[in-house]
Write a protein that binds this ligand. Structure first.
Ligand code: C5P
Length: 218
């Protein structure tokens, strides 16, 4: 059976996670947060203190990770049995993830974990290279973006709401640095797939984005 896949790629903070989850829920499809896989590996490497070791060692760690995405309401992520949900969201985790994500051997080692999510009745996959590389055969592809200032504002609000101290200009600089690294890397750079529809969420609501994407699938 041909399992339908909807890919939603774009830079960090564009709203991919929120939109993808809502759509997966609405369609009753599975959801892959591929960034969480890169983030989990960054955490594991930090924990084992091998972030700066040889690529072969890092690949070994990547292949050995026991990663479970729970489908319960709180969507916990377990790494080797430990709940890492809160640690995944840290800025430092995202930055470390972005650094290791530019290494081809690491991307190759994480490919199978991502392919495993493609199961009936369908999959919504969010990331940077879902439509260009990992699920290049996908029937539906979206590139979701927003201006860097809007994405920084959203991140700033999120952190404040969680009671985390945040600095808007630092967040903006971080976002710009990460965008540049993700877009300019040699392997699987952040670019829209040729057959993706392009949505700029800077000035439209989450619901409007969800409706537009759903109309593509339906
Ligand atoms: O999407 P998220 O911000 O969680 O991703 C963290 C980092 O992981 C990104 O900045 C990017 O470098 C990397 N990533 C990637 N390919 C993906 C998903 C994430 O390179 N498909």
């Amino acid at each position: 059976m041909d399992i339908p896949v909807l890919t939603i790629d774009g830079p960090s903070g564009a709203g991919k996670g929120t939109v993808s989850r809502l759509i997966a829920q609405k369609l009753g499809w599975h959801y892959l947060d591929s960034g969480a896989i890169y983030r989990a590996l960054a955490l594991e490497l930090t924990e084992k203190d091998v972030l700066h070791e040889s690529i072969a060692e890092i690949v070994d760690v990547a292949l050995g990770m026991d990663l479970v995405f729970e489908c319960s309401e709180d969507r916990a992520v377990l790494l080797n049995g430990q709940d890492i949900t809160d640690l995944l969201g840290l800025e430092s985790t995202g930055n470390n993830a972005s650094k290791i994500a530019s290494i081809p051997e690491i991307r190759a080692a994480l490919l199978q974990k991502q392919h495993d999510f493609k199961q009936a009745p369908g999959l919504v996959a969010d990331g940077r290279d879902m439509g260009t590389v990992v699920f290049s055969e996908a029937k539906y592809k979206v590139f979701l973006t927003a201006s860097a200032s809007e994405r920084a504002e959203r991140r700033y609000k999120q952190l404040k709401e969680k009671g985390i101290d945040a600095n808007l200009s630092e967040i903006t600089a971080d976002i710009q640095e990460r965008d540049q690294r993700d877009s300019e890397r040699q392997i699987s750079p952040l670019v829209p797939a040729a057959d993706a529809i392009y949505i700029d969420s800077s000035t439209i609501s989450v619901q409007a984005v969800v409706d537009e994407v759903l109309s593509l699938v339906r």
